[in-house]
Design a protein around this ligand. Structure first.
Ligand code: ATP
Ligand code: MG
Length: 180
């Protein structure tokens, strides 16, 4: 499974539709301060199901929508599309390509899509659970995260280790079964 592309449309500073395609090997994103590098990583976390506006440096979720500039009016919605090469069926879907889409409107309404079909946020979170790619997974190490891991309580650190080990899914299923 590989990342193929990430498309931002109206997300934060990306007022124009912008697609980043990932080639084999490593991808580096460089640019001056304030040019949108962190916004790209936030778009990635957002499309994977991030629910905390604060961790996206906003007060409420619609703050991720392009807020306007001196020369451009604000937009009414934001969309991010993430596409994976799934030829190896790493993600539990029987398609060679998997696309995840998330949209938000100024009034707070949202859409979540897997392969262009409407789903719930939960379906996206479930799809990536234990893959190492989820919204809070170890595959995205943000500024300050390393210190946070070292300074965290053992119980919190255990959650990270469990995600790495791939047992979170089973714990969630057990919890659900016990409730039923
Ligand atoms: P640095 O090198 O300092 O870390 P960076 O490349 O990571 O910079 P970002 O933090 O991604 O830059 O981008 C910040 C820019 O995005 C700011 O200019 C900010 O005004 C703009 N921005 C953030 N949210 C929005 C929004 N909703 N609408 C328009 N612009 C936004
Ligand atoms: Mg930054």
């Amino acid at each position: 499974m590989k990342l193929k592309s990430l498309t931002l449309n109206g997300f934060k500073s990306f007022a124009d539709k912008t697609t980043i395609t990932f080639q084999d090997g490593m991808t580096g994103i460089v640019g001056p301060n304030g040019s949108g590098k962190s916004n790209i990583i936030e778009a990635l976390r957002w499309v994977l199901g991030e629910q905390s506006a604060k961790s996206l440096r906003g007060g409420k979720m619609p703050d991720v929508i392009f807020a306007g500039s001196q020369t451009r009016a604000p937009l009414n919605h934001a969309e991010v599309v993430l596409s994976f090469d799934n030829a190896d069926r790493f993600l539990e879907l029987q398609t060679d390509e998997v696309t995840i889409t998330r949209r938000i409107y100024r009034n707070g309404d949202s859409d979540f899509l897997i392969n262009n079909k409407n789903v719930r946020l939960r379906d996206i979170v479930d799809l990536f659970m234990d893959t190492g790619l989820g919204r809070e997974s170890f595959s995205i190490i943000s500024q300050g995260k390393v210190e946070a891991i070292f300074n965290s309580k053992p119980q919190d650190r255990r959650v990270l280790i469990e995600e790495v080990a791939g047992v979170v899914k089973y714990k969630k299923e057990k919890q659900k079964a016990l409730q039923e």
